[in-house]
Design a protein around this ligand. Structure first.
Ligand code: SF4
Length: 429
């Protein structure tokens, strides 16, 4: 008898209300956001209570859930106000908080009973006894440390009933699941209290300290090999090529990293994983990974992609991000606000400059795609213009195929698109 596959939750990051709505529109089953306090992304565009309420209403109306990351490591006095905060977000309808500090767990349990708690990856849970411990402590889900292998994840699944969540896509800390003080030293910003300055991604050189304290930068190693400035940052995780393994492992939630990423990134990545997950669940035997899905991810990728620790500890060459080897070929330029079926005219909000003559690509949920070459653009007053240079500018253009609100538009960074000069053309309608 064939084993019944469990449909896992696809969990997306949402740094803002717009990203929350985009992620759900493109197929996320749940999103995680940050509040004004207690999270680990102090600069991620955190949600006010009003935004949370609107986000929860939007999500719940579409059968999706909203979790709030409250996973900072609290020092003395950091917990002041936490009880009120948790009670308020529980009453707003937030489905769970993601926590790592036992002090915050205790406050939540005492002051906001009924609000579910998920263990953050910050706690580095990498074995089933640890998960069972947290389940007994009242948590309903554990996010695994990113250092867990596929085999370990299956073993953990077999030995615990608590829900399991694992990262399947996005940036990885080069430190042990975010336990890092590099940013504290280099930028005086506490990574474990939401201030990471991503110091691991800076360029570093090797120096000799000379008598008197002077520094001498080394430009070759002991074997005479040239030393280049280096970065300690990791390549990004991507499990798109291993969706069957991930789903067969039986885990409950597949998490995408990136609350600070754009709506272009969120829509693209969610769209691809939604398609791959649904395709596999629909026909596990006939499932084939389509090259289009991988290519689509590359349109929003920022670094090389690898499988992290899922298939063994990566070697230095697999894990360390050096020079970029594949440059993204697309730039996000806008999203569709409206479309008129009768005229075939789309109303578009600009996000990056584009000009008449550009080759652009529209895409939408369900991996709908089509290409256009821009023939003409009209500004808010119906004047034909050569370019859309202003951020958030609303323009209209004729399109050859129907589009829908929330469809996104990218511009191919081909040589022709990059060097086109809008001044060559000034049109009046
Ligand atoms: S500096 Fe790098 S390794 Fe350290 S917490 Fe920030 S992203 Fe992670």
């Amino acid at each position: 008898m064939t084993k019944q596959l469990k449909r896992p939750e696809l969990l997306a990051p949402a740094g803002t209300l717009e990203k929350l709505k985009t992620a759900i529109h493109y197929g996320a089953d749940a999103v995680y956001i940050g509040g004004d306090a207690y999270g680990l992304r102090s600069r991620a565009g955190n949600f006010s209570f009003e935004d949370m309420a609107e986000g929860v209403a939007f999500a719940h109306a579409r059968g999706a859930k909203v979790y709030v990351a409250a996973n900072m490591v609290t020092h003395e006095h950091d917990q002041i106000g936490a009880g009120d905060f948790f009670r308020t977000i529980r009453d707003i309808g937030i489905d769970a908080i993601i926590v790592s500090d036992p002090a915050l767990m205790e406050i939540c349990a005492m002051d906001a009973p009924g609000l579910e708690m998920h263990l953050s990856t910050q706690q580095s849970a990498v074995n089933y006894e640890t998960l069972n411990f947290w389940q007994e402590a009242g948590l309903t889900r554990c996010v695994l440390g990113r250092e867990v292998s596929m085999q370990e994840m299956m073993d953990i699944r077999d030995n615990t009933s608590v829900e399991i969540e694992a990262f399947i896509h996005g940036a990885m800390c080069i430190s042990y699941s975010g336990r890092c003080t590099l940013s504290n030293h280099m930028a005086d910003r506490d990574a474990n209290r939401g201030g990471c300055s991503q110091s691991c991604r800076w360029k570093y050189g090797l120096f000799d300290i000379l008598p008197g304290g002077e520094r001498d930068m080394l430009d070759e190693d002991e074997d005479g090999m040239k030393l280049e400035p280096f970065s300690m940052s990791a390549v990004d995780l991507s499990m798109i090529e291993h969706i069957p393994d991930i789903i067969n492992s039986g885990i409950d939630s597949l998490k995408i990293e990136g609350r600070m990423k754009s709506i272009h990134y969120v829509s693209t990545v969610v769209n691809v994983y939604r398609k791959a997950i649904d395709s596999y669940l629909e026909d596990p035997v006939g499932y084939v990974l389509e090259q289009d899905w991988v290519d689509e991810l590359w349109k929003a990728a920022q670094r090389e992609l690898a499988t992290g620790f899922f298939y063994g500890t990566p070697t230095e060459n697999e894990q360390l991000f050096g020079e970029r080897r594949r440059i993204p070929q697309y730039r996000f330029i806008g999203q569709v606000l409206a479309y008129d079926d009768a005229t075939g005219i789309a109303t578009i909000q600009q996000r990056n400059r584009f000009v008449v003559g550009d080759e652009i690509e529209f895409y939408g949920p369900g991996m709908r795609h089509h290409l256009e070459t821009i023939d003409e653009i009209w500004d808010e007053d119906g004047i034909s213009v050569a370019a859309a240079p202003h951020a958030m500018q609303v323009i209209t253009m004729k399109v050859s195929q129907p589009v829908k609100p929330h469809d996104m538009i990218r511009k191919s960074l081909t040589r022709t698109n990059r060097h086109r000069n809008p001044k060559e053309k000034t049109l009046n309608k």
